[in-house]
Design a protein around this ligand. Structure first.
Ligand code: XMP
Length: 325
């Protein structure tokens, strides 16, 4: 796809037919652009990179090399699903990098949210670049850039390259097949490509992942508790007929007194956050049914070691941001 401006006549992709037409067009464009060369793609499991991977697999098959970096801050079941869908079902060449210890060692004792984000971002580039160096003959870098990324980078709000900051030694040409699409269109295309619903309709999830929800210095035990509590919150709220725009768990670095087996039991508090928003610039805390809250409370207390209290974050944005860090 050439040019960074969406043509005025480009139809919004809202139906399977329009999605299929887009897919067919992209496959022939990708084939022409890439020829018999190799493409590298950082595959996070998010909808944008997943759609790009699925398009590239259709277009150039095993000339695509996907790298999935597990930084330890992904949600429960995510790395497993990436391997299952892309390696096992779609037959992609997928390099899985278990970088959990590496990230968590670097993050040990770090409390400042911005430093945490910087460490995670830099470490990600380092791990990805190390993998790229091991490979021969890569000429292209696939990216899940979407149209809002381009608009925002034009306005100077953020740099649009998802894997921006790759060291200069890499002279990759970018392959960005969904760069003129809005998020809802990427989802329609993903669905048409046969990706699973929980990948296509995935909630927004920050790059630094659970790192910004394991508030304060990240420890492995609290991170594990957060991963479990988050899975319960998503599973239970996901059962509602109408689900909020974003919902997840947070576990701050704070303990309070509890009682278990007639003994004092110091534990963490798991916080439930559920918001509705249009653009994430402002957001409203969602009123959840008491039965849902109660089930979440009971399950977290019964199933998540180390948690002895469940709280509900009823704050709106502003003044509270959606994420806690
Ligand atoms: P805040 O916390 O600023 O979040 O109210 C607004 C929306 O952005 C998401 N978010 C991020 N997304 N990288 C991302 O890709 C990040 O570092 C990041 N931080 C926040 C957040 O989940 C919410 O949807």
């Amino acid at each position: 796809m050439t040019g960074n401006v969406r043509p005025a006549e480009m139809k919004r992709i809202t139906t399977p037919e329009l999605a299929q037409a887009f897919i067919d067009e992209q496959i022939s464009e990708l084939k022409a652009q890439i020829g018999d060369k190799k493409v590298l793609l950082a595959l996070s499991g998010g909808v944008d990179s997943s759609v790009v991977a699925a398009l590239l697999i259709k277009a150039v098959g095993d000339q695509l090399v996907c790298v999935h970096v597990n930084h330890g801050l992904l949600r429960k079941g995510e790395p497993e699903q990436v391997i299952k869908v892309f390696r096992d079902e779609l037959g992609a060449q997928l390099i899985y990098v278990d970088a959990v210890d590496r990230f968590l060692d670097k993050l040990a004792g770090v409390t400042d949210p911005e430093r945490k984000r910087k460490i995670i971002g830099k470490e990600f580039i380092d791990v990805f670049a190390e993998e790229a160096r091991k490979l021969d003959g890569i000429e292209f870098l696939g990216q899940g850039t979407i149209y809002p990324d381009i608009l925002e980078s034009k306005d100077g709000i953020k740099a649009h390259h998802n894997v921006g900051g790759m060291p200069e030694e890499f002279d990759f040409e970018l392959v960005e097949p969904v760069k003129l699409l809005y998020k809802d269109e990427v989802r329609v295309v993903g669905k048409q490509l046969g990706l699973p619903d929980n990948m296509v309709y995935r909630q927004p999830f920050p790059g630094p992942g659970l790192g910004v929800r394991c508030v304060g210095a990240i420890t492995r035990d609290r991170l594990e508790a957060l991963r479990e509590a988050d899975a319960i919150v998503r599973e239970e709220i996901g059962k509602l007929d109408e689900t909020p725009w974003q919902y997840f768990a947070v576990i701050p670095d704070m303990q309070s007194t509890g009682i278990k087996d007639n003994k004092r039991y110091m534990g963490w508090s798991a916080v439930i956050r559920a918001i509705n928003t249009v653009d994430a610039v402002t957001a409203e805390s969602v009123v959840l049914p008491w039965e849902t809250l109660r089930t979440i409370r009971d399950r977290i207390i019964a199933e998540v070691p180390g948690v002895n209290r469940v709280l509900w974050d009823m704050s709106d944005k502003p003044v509270s941001t959606i994420e806690w860090e």
